[in-house]
Design a binder for this molecule. Structure first.
Ligand SMILES: Cc1cc2nc3c(=O)[nH]c(=O)nc-3n(C[C@H](O)[C@H](O)[C@H](O)COP(=O)(O)OP(=O)(O)OC[C@H]3O[C@@H](n4cnc5c(N)ncnc54)[C@H](O)[C@@H]3O)c2cc1C
Length: 346
């Protein structure tokens, strides 16, 4: 069927859904409350399933042109000893600056499809006059979820905090180092830039309110191996993003009537598996194909819910488990030995 869709939110999920819907023959209006796409910086890992979704949206090759492929993936302990190491063929993800992914998604849309600086209100979500379908791609604090889905839940804190940024210089390796209560990751970003992130338990920050972020990271990671301290040395003068982490308890449904939620609005997750944006892209491809193929909006949304809710719920759970495991405060040695064994078996 064809119809007219209102997409609330112009992030990765919303822009991808708009692209898919246009290809499926729908008329689309995207409304974004900000003046530009939500670029919070850094690089995103795009795994195989999301690259397949981008291919279905007709954008896979444009992404591949701009993406980096890590030469190696390593999980290490703070001394630098590798617990798991994988070569390029098993380091299965592409890495792309978030800004590049958003730019490719936006280039895929005709002018005028996105209306910037136009927040959607709860009344507009409810009424959505003149629209056959309403797609809530409005992120973790979604008003579409809150307004249109009965019994929708609120995000819950994970008890961990993420710091992120970039430093000058290139790396070929995607490396994560796990210590007690904290981890530090370094990945390729582009020819001139290295992406880094740190994730740590909130307890480690007690008594550190107001401490300069670079000093804090030096205190917490300064005695780790040179792959980490090299990044710390390059931090002064670069921006350090900080955010407390949340995920979303499982929803009973992603759809209600002509309303559907996708992306973080449906399944916000801990960032530890690097899958939130990936799952958003898969949602967008599945939803738009269903709306193009089915004869009713109700049938299409039911198909989307059937295909996506179970798989996304499993990724949210796995991300939560990894968030806990990677920032565990006890049994570091046992944890690391188990990871080493699993790495050799994998
Ligand atoms: C530290 C960190 C690292 C991450 N790393 C990775 C990674 O490596 N790989 C990966 O796949 N994912 C990663 N993610 C997850 C990924 O960033 C998110 O899953 C993804 O950005 C979700 O996109 P979205 O479009 O659903 O939501 P958002 O990006 O939040 O976009 C929602 C948009 O809706 C707009 N909006 C909200 N309310 C309204 C309204 N009422 N009216 C109009 N507009 C509205 C907002 O302004 C925003 O632009 C990471 C996340 C974090 C926090």
């Amino acid at each position: 069927m064809h119809g007219r869709a209102l997409v609330v939110g112009g992030g990765i999920a919303g822009l991808a859904a708009a692209r898919g819907l246009l290809r499926a023959g729908w008329e689309v209006e995207v409304r974004e409350r900000r003046g530009d796409p939500p670029d919070i910086g850094g690089a995103l890992a795009l795994w195989r399933g999301s690259m397949a979704a981008l291919d279905r949206l007709g954008l896979g090759d444009r992404i591949r042109e701009r993406a980096e492929r890590p030469g190696r993936g390593v999980l290490a302990d703070p001394s630098g000893r590798a617990l798991v190491s994988v070569g390029p063929r098993r380091a299965d993800a592409c890495l792309i600056p978030r800004s590049s992914l958003l730019a490719v998604l936006l280039e895929g849309l005709p002018d005028g499809v996105v209306r910037w600086d136009t927040p959607v209100t709860e009344d507009e979500v409810r009424d959505a006059e003149g629209f056959d379908a309403v797609v809530g791609a409005d992120g973790i604090h979604s008003i579409v979820r809150r307004t249109a889905l009965p019994g929708a839940v609120a995000p819950r804190p994970l008890g961990t905090v993420a710091y992120r940024g970039t430093v000058p210089g290139r790396t070929d390796t995607a490396a994560e180092t796990w210590g007690r209560g904290r981890l530090f990751g370094v990945t390729p970003m582009d020819d001139r830039t290295t992406n880094w992130f740190a994730c740590l338990r909130g307890e480690l920050l007690h008594g550190r309110d107001g401490q300069d972020r670079v000093d804090l990271l030096r205190d917490l990671y300064g005695d780790w191996h040179p792959g980490v301290t090299r990044v710390l040395d390059a931090l002064p003068g670069t921006g350090v993003d900080r955010r407390e982490l949340y995920d979303l308890p499982a929803l009973a449904s992603y759809v209600q009537g002509r309303h559907a939620v996708i992306g973080d609005a449906a399944h916000a997750m801990a960032p530890n598996l690097g899958r939130g944006a990936c799952e958003s892209l898969v949602d967008a491809a599945v939803l738009s194909e269903a709306l193009g193929a089915e004869s009713t909006v109700g049938g299409a949304l039911a198909r989307y819910d059937r295909r996506r809710r179970g798989p996304a719920r499993r990724v949210v759970r796995a991300s939560r488990v990894l968030n806990r495991l990677s920032t565990g405060v006890r049994a570091g040695g046992v944890r690391n030995r188990a990871i080493g064994v699993l790495g050799r078996l994998a």
